[in-house]
Design a protein around this ligand. Structure first.
Ligand code: TXA
Ligand code: MG
Length: 344
């Protein structure tokens, strides 16, 4: 399959591009597009075959449901129940933005059952990225879109990442430049009385608590149970080719581990921030953002993880970050990328 590339780097671009992509969606084709979090792999959520193509292109297990993207809350009524007080408050406070709401599926839902993997709930998101919004408004279709990576790889924050994984496997990609947030949306279960965070993201627990009064974390995130409510959380994720270890402690400890692995004849890559680059000696020292500004680390994380694949390293070591605020989402992704492997 020839993968078409449309470039919309600037804020000014011809509407004909958006119309062409909208036509692709109407024809059941799969097209990747930028959102403020990561690139999504979109298709018509009401078209069974189109949705099947998403799973096939990514190599995604069919029991892992997709997020449905719409342009405005009213559009959710075609398939989801947003009527509860909690859902109403959450949507009013945080949409559009980097957050997905888990809502009950309605009996009259037009969605392909593949989207929800047979669950009675559906994840819905209204992205704020101008290109995504334009696209969703133009098609008027609910668009199912997981992150546009091969299953298990780091999510794409640039169109090049999408092409690395999926060129020839999808109909097209809209290149809107690097994404702003860099990690996926916060997934919040809004089906009960209290919001439950199933996947942390850049909308933080504190922000939700400030609006709703309370918020819970899914037990699967705190490590108490091994059965997370968000089906996707049980799979290996975000992994670079070489094994990744998180190193607790000071930068000195990181250097001790670098030396130890090198002593075993291994080529060692280090993932750190600009703050510590000068203090570390390894085979490849890649930086992502500034330690004092977690948003900059999150934004660069997946791109940096992918860069290690060109460094020919045997092992990657990474510092850890405080888990408050935006650090919760960052450490959630790092732990998953590392398969929960820590060194002390
Ligand atoms: O930022 C994002 O959320 C990006 C952009 C493209 O919107 N999308 C994304 O999709 O990250 P994906 O498929 O990579 O992750 C969706 C997550 C998975 O962990 C999935 O299990 C969970 O949302 N999810 C989807 N539907 C669910 C449901 N009904 N109940 C619980 N979790 C659900
Ligand atoms: Mg994903």
């Amino acid at each position: 399959m020839n993968t078409k590339i449309w470039t919309v780097q600037s804020t000014e671009y011809p509407q004909s591009i958006i119309n062409e992509v909208a036509t692709f969606f109407q024809e059941g084709k799969v097209v990747a597009f930028p959102t403020e979090t990561v690139y999504g792999l979109g298709a018509d959520a009401t078209n069974d075959e189109a949705v099947a193509r998403i799973f096939e292109a990514k190599g995604r297990p069919s029991d892992n449901p997709l997020i449905v993207h719409v342009s405005m809350p009213e559009q959710m009524d075609e398939f989801a129940d947003r009527g509860s007080p909690l859902a109403q408050q959450m949507i009013a406070a945080f949409a559009p933005g980097p957050i997905s709401f888990i809502l009950p599926v309605t009996e009259t839902s037009m969605l392909s059952t593949r989207v929800t993997a047979g669950l009675s709930t559906v994840a819905v998101r209204i992205p704020s990225h101008p290109v995504a919004r334009n696209l969703l408004e133009s098609t008027q279709l609910p668009i199912a879109a997981p992150s546009a990576n091969s299953s298990g790889k780091p999510s794409p924050t640039r169109a090049e990442h999408v092409l690395q994984d999926l060129q020839g496997r999808i109909a097209g990609v809209v290149d809107g430049g690097p994404t702003e947030e860099g990690i996926e949306s916060t997934v919040v279960d809004c089906t009960g009385e209290v919001p439950i965070i199933l996947r942390p993201g850049s909308i933080t627990a504190d922000q939700i608590r400030a609006v709703i009064g309370n918020v819970e974390l899914d037990a699967g995130l705190t490590g108490v149970t091994s059965a997370p409510k968000s089906p996707g959380m049980k799979y290996t994720h975000y992994a670079p080719d070489a094994p990744l270890y998180l190193v607790e402690g000071e930068i000195k400890t990181l250097q001790v581990w670098i030396d130890r692995f090198q002593g075993e004849g291994k080529r060692v890559g280090v993932l750190t921030t600009v703050d510590s680059k000068a203090d570390l000696i390894a085979d490849a020292v890649l930086t992502c953002g500034q330690r004092g500004d977690i948003a900059t680390v999150a934004k660069a994380l997946y791109d940096t993880l992918r860069q290690f694949n060109e460094q020919n390293v045997d092992v990657i070591l990474c510092e850890t970050f405080p888990e408050d605020g935006a650090g919760a989402a960052l450490m959630n992704r790092l732990r998953k990328a590392a398969g929960h492997s820590y060194l002390y």
